[in-house]
Design a protein around this ligand. Structure first.
Ligand SMILES: [Zn+2]
Length: 245
């Protein structure tokens, strides 16, 4: 028996080594308690539902073993209340009941019991079921941990992607930063024109860069007639030369 008993210990989880036994019958509690202590579990006991709820929330046992027939809060309601409390929502619950009707077993499961055993239930049967429930619960915890890691990983990826996207946006915005104003080195090389009035070669003076954005950039080139006919403006977009002064 010691080997079978040791198989449902959970090393490294001090709080998991505490079992809460809930039964109004002193002898039943005593039997299970003695058995669990022999398997190196710490044991707390409660004779009614209220006491059980208080102890479960304050002591955080690794498993709750409860009868359904309890004074005050019955075992079904106890299961439901334990499942509703964030502290005990994940605590394995093993129901050991004298209610042998299928409807009662079904109700215990529906209330949140991980396993339901019908009395008479000897300690070795209890041990086998505890072993099963605890390993299931460990698997669930492992799955939850893996799920958490996946979520964390995804968050890191998302942050990374967000950072990259911000860098790209910044770069793009820099590119989009629209330099307006006058320049003699415009994006579009100014053409050569002759004065519409005297046919002299116009002298390039400067360009003006404008428009609402880099993608809607506009360029106006300004020329002067060396013969004094005036200043001419060439609009690159419309390819029109006109006299402005
Ligand atoms: Zn001219």
């Amino acid at each position: 028996m010691p080997n079978a008993v040791n198989s449902f210990n959970v090393p490294g989880h001090a709080e998991s080594m505490l079992a809460l036994i809930v039964d109004r019958d002193d002898d039943t509690r005593g039997m299970y308690a003695e058995f669990l202590r022999a398997a190196a579990w710490k044991v707390e006991q409660a004779a009614d539902g209220r006491e059980a709820l208080a102890k479960a929330i304050s002591l955080r046992p690794g498993i709750v073993i409860t009868e359904t027939r309890l004074p005050g809060i019955n075992g079904f309601d106890l299961c439901g209340l334990l499942r509703q409390d964030t502290v005990t929502a994940g605590t394995p619950i093993l129901v050991v009941t004298g209610d042998a009707y299928p409807a009662d077993v079904e109700r215990a499961h529906a209330s949140g019991a991980d396993a339901v055993l019908v009395k008479p239930c000897l300690p070795d049967r209890l041990a086998a079921e505890m072993c099963r429930v605890l390993s299931q619960s460990q698997e669930a915890r492992q799955r939850a941990r893996e799920a958490h890691e996946t979520v964390t990983e995804r968050l890191l990826h998302a942050e990374d992607a967000l950072g990259r996207s911000r860098a790209i946006t910044r770069k793009y915005n820099l590119k989009l930063t629209h330099k307006r104003g006058d320049t003699t080195t415009p994006p579009v090389t100014p053409l050569a024109f002759h004065c519409p009035a005297c046919d002299s070669q116009l002298a390039y003076q400067r360009s003006h860069i404008g428009g609402v954005s880099v993608r809607h950039q506009e360029q106006w080139d300004y020329f002067a007639c060396p013969a004094g006919c005036g200043t001419f403006q060439y609009r690159v977009r419309t390819r029109k030369l006109r006299k402005v002064l």
